[in-house]
Write a protein that binds this ligand. Sequence first.
Ligand SMILES: Nc1ncnc2c1ncn2[C@@H]1O[C@H](COP(=O)(O)OP(=O)(O)OP(=O)(O)O)[C@@H](O)[C@H]1O
Length: 473
Amino acid sequence: MSEKQGKILIVDDDEDILVAGKLLLKRHYGTVETCNNPERIPGLLANDSFDAILLDMNFGPGESSGAQGFVWLKKILEIDPQAVVVMITAHGGVGVAVEAMKQGATDFIAKPWQNEKMVATLSASVKLRQSRSEADALKKTNRTLAKAASEPKQPILGDSKPMRDVLSMIERAAPTDANVLILGENGTGKELVARELHRQSNRADQVFMSVDLGAVTETLFESELFGHKKGAFTDAREDRIGRLQAADGGTLFLDEIGNLPLHLQAKLLTVLEQRHVTPVGSDKRIPINVRVIAATNVAPARLRDEDVFRQDLLFRLNTVEIHLPALRERPEDIPEIAQHYAALYCRKYGRPEKAFSDDAMAAITAYGWPGNVRALRHAIERAVILSETDTFTGSDFQFEAQPNQPGAVAERSTAPAPETTETGATDDLNLERLERGAIEQALKKHRYNISHAAKDLGLTRAALYRRMEKHGL
Ligand SMILES: Nc1ncnc2c1ncn2[C@@H]1O[C@H](COP(=O)(O)OP(=O)(O)OP(=O)(O)O)[C@@H](O)[C@H]1O
């Protein structure tokens, strides 16, 4: 907004002041309204929004205590807490003006005023109003976005005993603000559970901020989490708010916490203990109020090894621990999950809904699903796209051989493994197939630990997930 467009209100019972003020300010602002009776203020504010209000401290002959000014200042701020009010004081009434500022006035002008001083004060006040309005609008947008983001997009499916226990833990832990550590293999639904904890918590209309610690590089860890000041390092071209500060008031989800190197674990612990962050290059400590939910696929026994994970950090994170069972430990949940995602993808791809033949359901229920629910979901999506029959049959699903897995089903893969020569080099130079082969190999090598497989392949976890989806893995 340029100053020419601003809207100013002058409230004073002295007509001369009103005329002089209007004449002066008209040159700088789009609208200047005047009012000689403060009783009209509520009516004016009900119909209009002003960028600044000039308010006299005293109304009526002989008044000099400023009492009425305080009354009307309070009233204005009740009607519009973002209002910017500049008090007009009698010469020598500085003490009263200072008291008015303590009570919420933005500034004051002493009568008789100097024109330049009046214009400068009003200009600063209008800018303040503008930034207050912007901050207010941003807060409202944030709240709406946070609410939309925490709407339940995906139900947590499964009615097996272990899943009923998980749901009951969520219900009990969610409203308490206690830190929660979620443990489970890749694809078991850890992030889904974290979002559900947030959704059922008292912070549900605040932000849910997710940080994938497996994807944050060591060099950028502090800047990403704690923020930085402009100029703190070569690439710091402007101030940046860290993820922890951005999560203020809401829930901070620390995913892949088990992948954090020990020295960074120490830094994270300090911040969580002291409940404030200091951006890189700044000496200002910023208080933060976050509920921490962390997740990892690292096995509990390994997490309790102090050479791998700081035990003081573990104790800070695991006030409540939720263990997500692998899908092979609850095969009775598979039909419900399969049917849910089949219906979802049939709708998404505009296919008529399809049932599962008995042999198809038996095959997917018997399979060990090393990639857990995520892999089952992808298998269903692929079957929806490729299946040409009225019902899903066993041949619509491809399973990897799992020799050591109870319940493993026949091996069948769409892409034949690239043939290797005696030297171990491959003759098949088709890039797509090579990529698929390398990903399959890495996943098997790391027992479907996505972070480790991604690292081995030189990819981020997100990039690996995208490629797994592309190849239907
Ligand atoms: N119980 C469940 N019901 C429905 N969908 C589920 C369930 N568990 C997981 N999923 C789905 O599986 C996919 C993976 O879930 P999610 O990302 O929460 O797993 P994760 O354990 O956090 O995985 P990772 O450790 O690899 O990050 C998502 O698409 C999610 O919707």
